[in-house]
Design a binder for this molecule. Structure first.
Ligand SMILES: Cc1cc2nc3c(=O)[nH]c(=O)nc-3n(C[C@H](O)[C@H](O)[C@H](O)COP(=O)(O)OP(=O)(O)OC[C@H]3O[C@@H](n4cnc5c(N)ncnc54)[C@H](O)[C@@H]3O)c2cc1C
Length: 400
């Protein structure tokens, strides 16, 4: 599966930050991490901080899969609204998911401080907008649910919105505690730090299959080298169905663009992250160098030929939608790309052991918040591996 195509901004912005060798000789370690995207990077950092001996293999280049395609809005709200999530998983777990999202964003910020590289991390409020008047009633109910849950939210009616921006939407929930960053730089910095702590990293090294010997695992790579490990972590993103023996969610295709830097952000409310409550998604953010990133236009097919064939048209549609929303900002498209995107039924990721492979942890960030889910996975998997009880583990378990 090709996880993304086109011309993602982060790869152009960063160039090649680091490169790692191909695995040629057999390796032995406690934990073998398969996948060098943001999820694998966060897990690698957390495990090596706890003193775990790890090896990471990546079949392409580090951070070049879905991580490179990400618009990297760090939201504590999953795709599933709180009211719906309560109906699906109960109030306690649903509210905890939102709180864990906030904790994950705080933890990511702390990591950028520890790494001494901000990786463009910046705090932003989020404006979650109703597109049509009839959506206002359900958005208001969602606002009340979040307020009752103790989340930091504000309600804006149409007149309040018009005072602070040129948006013509009839209502919005403004939430605090979110952020944005450069995901490629962040993943690279995390992996580099884990490598300093002793993790061996191999690029262009594809795992073809593995054997479970009960007390240890043997991973086989395309080049013939083997890794003997006590446990495997699958941080293989939306390309994981083959290891699970089933597709854990639904795969779609999605699109994004990034503009040339704009002179000013006329009518944009304080660089907020903006997304609409309607589906398919439509969302926007700014970058450090005052570009605008726009995403959405999802289609139900994950076929990469179909996905890529629509890139030019979808870019046009996203641009038009942006111009309708914030007409005082003239955008010139500099980069456009497409990616595969996975959603689980309840909008939550799958993290932990799965009965089919009892010696393998999975960290599958299905849902719109792959990066915050990656941070949650890093903590849960490290706790599981060190035998520490984590009361939140059942929320994300495969058999939930
Ligand atoms: C257009 C778009 C916009 C998005 N916007 C956001 C957003 O705003 N906020 C957000 O939080 N999330 C967003 N996401 C989702 C987010 O990008 C993903 O959830 C996240 O990048 C997943 O990271 P990952 O490390 O799990 O997967 P990946 O980055 O895909 O990494 C998995 C890696 O595993 C490697 N791999 C797979 N199989 C093997 C194997 N057999 N051997 C060796 N290596 C292997 C792959 O090469 C890949 O590099 C967006 C996604 C897209 C496509």
């Amino acid at each position: 599966m090709t996880l993304r195509s086109g011309d993602p901004f982060w790869l152009a912005k960063n160039g090649i930050l680091a490169s790692y060798p191909l695995l040629k000789k057999d390796e032995r370690c406690d934990v073998a991490i398969v996948g060098g995207g943001i999820t694998g990077a966060l897990i690698a950092h957390e495990l090596t901080a706890a003193g775990v001996d790890a090896v990471m293999i990546e079949k392409g280049a580090v951070a070049s899969g879905s991580t490179a395609a990400s618009t990297a809005m760090l939201l504590h709200e999953p795709d599933t609204e709180l009211r719906e999530l309560i109906a699906r998983v109960g109030e306690q777990h649903a509210v905890r998911v939102y709180q864990l999202g906030l904790e994950a964003i705080d933890a990511i910020e702390a990591l950028t401080v520890e790494l001494d590289d901000a990786c463009d991390f910046a705090r932003h409020d989020t404006w979650y907008l109703a597109r049509k008047l009839w959506k206002t009633v359900s958005l208001k109910r969602e606002f009340w649910a979040r307020e009752r849950a103790g989340l930091r939210v504000e309600w804006l009616g149409g007149a309040d919105i018009a005072k602070q921006s040129t948006l013509a939407n009839p209502a919005a929930i403004v939430s605090h505690g979110n952020a944005a960053l450069d995901p490629v730089r962040f993943a690279h910095r995390l992996i580099a730090r884990a490598a300093v702590r002793g993790m061996r990293v191999y690029e262009r090294t594809e795992m073809t299959h593995f054997d479970d010997h009960g007390d240890h695992m043997v991973l086989h790579t395309l080049g013939g080298a083997r890794i003997v490990a006590n446990r495997i972590v699958f941080a293989t993103g939306y390309d994981s169905a083959q290891y699970l023996g089933r597709e854990p969610g639904t795969l779609h295709s999605t699109y994004a663009l990034c503009s040339e830097p704009v002179a000013d952000l006329n009518g944009w409310p304080d660089r907020a992250l903006i997304w609409e409550s309607s589906r398919p998604y439509f969302y926007l953010r700014t970058t450090h160098d005052q570009r605008v990133m726009v995403g959405g236009g999802d289609i139900s097919s994950a076929n990469s030929t179909r996905r890529d064939g629509k890139l030019a048209k979808k870019t046009e549609v996203l641009l038009k939608q942006f111009q309708l929303m914030l007409p005082a900002i003239a955008l010139e498209v500099a980069y456009a790309w497409a990616g595969t995107f996975g959603e689980s039924e309840d909008g939550l990721p799958f993290i932990g052991l799965c009965s089919r492979c009892p010696n393998a942890y999975f960290a599958l960030g299905y849902g719109g918040n792959g990066i915050t889910f990656g941070m949650i996975a890093a903590r849960l998997i490290t706790d599981a591996h060190l035998g520490r009880r984590n009361v939140d583990a059942p929320i994300f378990a495969f058999d939930r």
